[in-house]
Design a binder for this molecule. Structure first.
Ligand SMILES: [Zn+2]
Length: 445
């Protein structure tokens, strides 16, 4: 993942640019993608696809000598800057130089013009200290930004599952020179898709959408046939997953979708330090698009936000750790595994089963309560689960419901109920949860 990140993030990406095209070409070497293209100027609900944009020359000169070259770093020219050529005073020049005091020797990511339809400006990003020390006098600016007929690209990779119901993974691809935001999310999503594609079969279908933030998903969804859109069951926005910070789970709009419950449970039992917040309370991305009225696709977001290098030239591979990316991929796959296997169960017996009878061998014992005065907390939970579980095979209660109620790791609870299935005591209901909610009486006895 780190190798892929290193060759991807240095490109000069913007929502419609040769830099984005280069990133899509790199992704194409990883996965057999479909690429959707949208012409600059296209409108939907007031959103307008930016025209192709590429800075070509960005010099600030004093006395004929180049004192700043905005082409030296992908953040050196503000996004969608106009071209400008002329002589300006120091004061005038400083109005067109953008920086952050927090990182006085570094560049800030300036994307304001992407989203302000019709607003025009030209400018450079430069270190705060450098801007402050500029001597009085006249400066010569030569800023050439090409606007072309290229298209905005949305990369789309699909894995067909047993069900057309689809879980979407989404990452954005429009931040020039930014490693964690969001090439890190992109490489985690690519890795997860590669691992899912290798599996013999998946219950759900999966779709990876790598697209410029907001613009990409707005136009992708607007152009998508309604029939396809209706198959989208859940979404996960993946972003900023490589830095050294705990995982943040941002809930879907309702916070109550099955994917919210699965994500909370899986993270609680696998990532001791994770934290969470409601929709849009941690970090804002395309979940607003997936969750927009009429679409309403429950979409969670996983990140390691905040981090100090956010939206600066310090967001490089130097702050990304392969083990953090791997941990994030494991978290995504853990949530997916839960959704893949979460079903209600139907009992095929009546009355109380003697779990400890070797015929069943379903009694979990780590300590005998009659001879050990202290019973470990986890054993207490298993004891209680064994008392409750016969009533859960009601065709409604799912494996995740049980794991949550008893605060036990999902994979272990799943393994335990599978042992009931092997003994012929229960069957898992249906192929999909909705179809599965049968009335238990029909199959009892
Ligand atoms: Zn960002």
């Amino acid at each position: 993942m780190l190798e892929l990140l290193k060759k991807t993030y240095p490109h000069r990406m913007s929502p419609n640019s040769p830099g984005l095209d280069a990133v899509v070409a790199i992704l194409r070497e990883e996965l057999p993608l479909v690429v959707h293209e949208y012409e600059g100027g296209l409108e939907h609900n007031g959103w307008r696809v930016p025209v192709e944009w590429e800075p070509q020359k960005a010099e600030i000169r004093k006395n004929g000598k180049v004192i700043y070259d905005g082409m030296a770093h992908p953040l050196g020219v503000i996004g969608y800057s106009q071209s400008f050529k002329g002589k300006v005073s120091r004061e005038e020049l400083q109005k067109h130089l953008f920086s952050t005091k927090k990182w006085p020797n570094d560049l800030v990511y300036h994307c304001d013009l992407y989203y302000k339809v019709g607003r025009k400006n030209w400018g450079f990003c430069a270190p705060y200290h450098w801007i402050q020390q500029l001597p009085k006098g006249t400066y010569e600016v030569e800023l050439v930004c090409r606007r072309g007929k290229g298209t905005m690209k949305v990369a789309d990779y699909f894995i067909q599952g047993e069900s057309p119901e689809t879980i979407v993974l989404n990452a954005h691809s429009c931040h020039a020179g930014q490693a964690n935001d969001d090439v890190a999310g992109m490489v985690v999503a690519v890795e997860v898709m590669k691992r899912l594609a290798k599996r013999k079969s998946n219950r759900y279908s999966y779709r990876l959408i790598v697209a410029p933030e907001h613009f990409g998903t707005v136009f992708y969804l607007a152009r998508l046939p309604e029939k396809t859109r209706k198959t989208f069951k859940f979404g996960m926005f993946l972003e900023m997953l490589g830095n050294d910070n705990r995982i943040a789970l941002q809930e879907s709009f309702t916070g109550q979708a099955e994917i919210d419950l699965a994500a909370h449970h899986v993270l609680k039992h696998s990532q001791a330090e994770y934290h969470s917040g409601p929709f849009r309370s941690i970090v804002g991305n395309d979940e607003t698009v997936w969750e927009a009225p009429g679409y309403e696709i429950p979409t969670i977001s996983l990140s390691r936000f905040p981090y100090p290098e956010y939206h600066t030239s310090r967001d490089t591979a130097a702050i990304i750790h392969e083990d953090k990316l791997e941990q994030a991929a494991q978290a995504v796959l853990g949530i997916i595994d839960c959704l893949e296997t979460n079903r209600p169960m139907i009992r095929k017996f009546t009355g109380l089963i003697a779990l400890s009878n070797p015929k069943y061998d379903l009694y979990i014992s780590q300590a005998d309560p009659s001879i050990r005065p202290t019973i470990p907390e986890e054993q207490r939970r298993w004891n209680r689960l064994m008392d409750y579980i016969p009533r859960y095979f009601d065709g409604k209660t799912t494996v995740l419901d049980i794991a949550r109620t008893h605060d036990l790791p999902y994979p272990q609870v799943l393994e335990y109920v599978r042992r009931f299935e092997k003994k012929g005591l229960i069957e898992f209901a249906g192929a999909a949860p909705k179809a599965a909610r049968r009335v238990p009486e029909r199959v009892a006895e």
